[in-house]
Every structure is written in structure tokens, then in C-alpha cells.
Design a protein around this ligand. Structure first.
Ligand SMILES: C[S@@+](CC[C@H](N)C(=O)[O-])C[C@H]1O[C@@H](n2cnc3c(N)ncnc32)[C@H](O)[C@@H]1O
Length: 300
């Protein structure tokens, strides 16, 4: 029942594209890339990932089209720090947009397991004042373990890990951060499709409930950034109500205060939506990932 309703719902949404998109979503070949950890000095791992080539941003290794062998798990190497972080190519690109500097006051409201923030710190290659928040205890443990596996002490020492509900920050820390990553909990349809039990229990209202949580988190992020501060809002959902509709709602709620920003990486690799950009695995061979870069403008 859930399965039928799921397919009907996404068929209505994506029309003729749904069959190809569905096939790409359940395909075992995914857009996983390895982002090189610049804090790891030991380069002996390189001989073990032959057959993988670097793409146009130097720190990202992609599998070649002739070699779809998965990368060895980063924990397989006995080194002081793990040599690379594995994540979806679209997430690796989105993390580039955070563009941290040593002076940025940075917060990641939904941080675990930490992939996008780690990639942003790899790009900076040094410490940043960061608050990484994750309310789930298990996931927060994984986040902390990843931080110590990838980053040296001088970087970890500048990171504060918290476990609050992200909806609290706008109220408790108003106008506090230069940059906020809001990588929101979402419908995660790829995950649903790969889990029969979840598919059997799927209902359209799942997305509605999540979109209310996402909007509260987005308003919280907006209130917690300083004037001219940036938010990167992202989800791995396929439905517009969790993606561009959220940006429309924010623009209506805070008229004259929200600027949607474009970026060459998004223009190059993602599909443009009414607000923000989407990468889908049938056309971009990565994702699903929606992301939208926002700036807070105007007077408080
Ligand atoms: C998409 S995942 C984040 C992935 C992470 N940014 C990364 O790149 O590795 C969303 C996270 O939001 C967390 N979450 C759920 N409800 C939340 C809330 N109310 N406030 C903050 N985080 C929440 C989930 O536990 C989950 O870890």
C-alpha cells in the first residue's frame, strides 16, 4: 500500500522522468567521492586508490568511469588521521559553498556525522570558530569520533559540539553567526526506497510533518545569523515543499531581508529551481541534494 502510494506520488510530481529517476535512485552505482584530508601528512594511501582520478577541484577524487570499485574505507589505513572522507559528490560540492575563513563564526545546526563541515574545514586547512550541533546522542558520538579521526587538536579545540534542538538557536543566540549550515532532516526518499519496511509504511504526510520542522529550523537559522551572514540550506529530499517552497516561505515571512545567491559551482553541476538548485542522480550522477545559499540583508 505504502509502496504504491509512494510511486504514484512521485510519478505525479516527476511525470515522465520518474522511471529514470527511480532507477537511478535504487542503483548501487552512486556518486560517492573521496575528499582528501589535508591534515593528514602520510600519503602512502594513494597507491591503494589507483583507478581513481581527481576532478576539477583538486581535493576531490572521483572513481573513473571504467573503474566503479568503491574506495577503501578510510579507517582501513593505520595513520594518525584518516586520509579522506567519503560522501556524495553533490554534498562535497555544496560544502565548498561555505567558504570559511579563520575569522568566520560558523555553526552547523544539524551536524552529524559531520561530512559537510569536515569538507569545509579541509578547504580552509586551519582552525575556525565552529559550533557543531547534533541532538541525537548516537549521531553526536559519531560526529565527535569523526572530528578526532580527521582533525588535529588545534582545529578540534576551536570546535564546540552541542546537542540542542536546532530550533532554539534563533531565540537563544540571535544575530550570532556569520555562516550557518542547515542540512535539514528530510524525507530522504532514496533511503525509503532502499528500505522495504519504510516503503511499506510511507505516507504523503511524512513530508508535510518534516517541512514544518525544516521551516522552524530555517527561521531559527535566519534569526541566528548576523546581518550579511550566510545560510546554506540543504536537504536530500525530492519534493519542492521541503526545498524551494521553504525558501519562498522564508522570503514571505521576512520580506526584504532574504537574498538568494547564485554560485558558479551550482550553475555548473546542479539543476536550477525557482529558488536554489537540485542535483539528481539520473542526470547529474550525484545527489539527490537540494541546496540554496541565502544572505541576510536589510535592517533588523
Ligand atoms: C541530513 S542529516 C545531517 C548530515 C550532516 N550535515 C553531514 O553532512 O554529515 C540531518 C541531521 O539533523 C538532525 N536533526 C533532527 N532533528 C533536529 C533538530 N530539531 N535540530 C537539529 N538537528 C536535528 C538529525 O539527527 C540528523 O543527524
Amino acid at each position: 500500500m505504502g509502496q504504491e502510494a509512494f510511486h504514484q506520488y512521485y510519478q505525479d510530481l516527476y511525470g515522465d522522468r520518474w522511471n529514470a529517476l527511480h532507477a537511478a535512485l535504487i542503483s548501487p552505482i552512486r556518486g560517492t567521492v573521496a575528499v582528501i584530508n589535508p591534515f593528514n601528512a602520510d600519503q602512502t594511501w594513494r597507491s591503494q586508490v589507483q583507478g581513481h582520478v581527481s576532478c576539477d577541484w583538486e581535493g576531490i577524487l572521483l572513481p573513473t568511469s571504467s573503474n566503479q570499485e568503491p574506495f577503501p574505507a578510510p579507517g582501513n589505513f593505520s595513520m594518525e588521521f584518516y586520509p579522506y572522507y567519503l560522501l556524495d559528490h553533490a554534498s562535497a560540492l555544496a560544502a565548498q559553498l561555505l567558504d570559511l575563513t579563520p575569522d568566520t563564526l560558523y555553526a552547523d545546526f544539524c551536524a552529524a556525522p559531520g561530512g559537510k563541515s569536515l569538507v569545509a574545514m579541509f578547504k580552509l586547512q586551519g582552525p575556525v570558530n565552529a559550533l557543531l550541533n547534533e541532538p541525537s546522542p548516537d549521531r553526536c558520538r559519531r560526529l565527535k569520533s569523526n572530528l578526532s579521526s580527521y582533525l588535529p587538536n588545534n582545529v578540534v579545540n576551536k570546535i564546540k559540539v552541542t546537542s540542542y534542538d536546532g530550533r532554539r538557536f534563533g531565540w537563544h543566540r540571535p544575530e550570532s553567526f556569520d555562516t550557518v549550515l542547515l542540512d535539514a532532516p528530510c524525507s530522504s526518499e532514496r533511503h525509503v526506497l532502499l528500505n522495504q519496511k519504510e516503503l511499506d509504511h510511507w505516507k504523503p504526510k511524512r513530508s508535510k510533518q518534516l517541512s514544518e520542522l525544516q521551516f522552524s529550523l530555517l527561521c531559527s537559522a535566519f534569526d541566528a545569523i548576523k546581518k550579511n551572514g550566510m545560510i546554506l540550506y540543504s536537504t536530500c529530499a525530492l519534493v519542492p515543499q521541503e526545498n524551494e517552497r521553504q525558501i519562498e516561505r522564508l522570503i514571505k515571512k521576512r520580506p526584504g531581508r532574504v537574498e538568494v545567491i547564485s554560485h558558479p559551482l551550482l550553475e555548473k553541476y546542479f539543476e536550477k529551481r525557482s529558488h536554489g538548485y537540485l542535483a539528481l542522480p539520473d542526470r547529474q550522477q550525484m545527489g539527490p541534494l537540494y541546496c540554496c545559499l541565502l544572505r541576510k540583508i536589510g535592517d533588523s
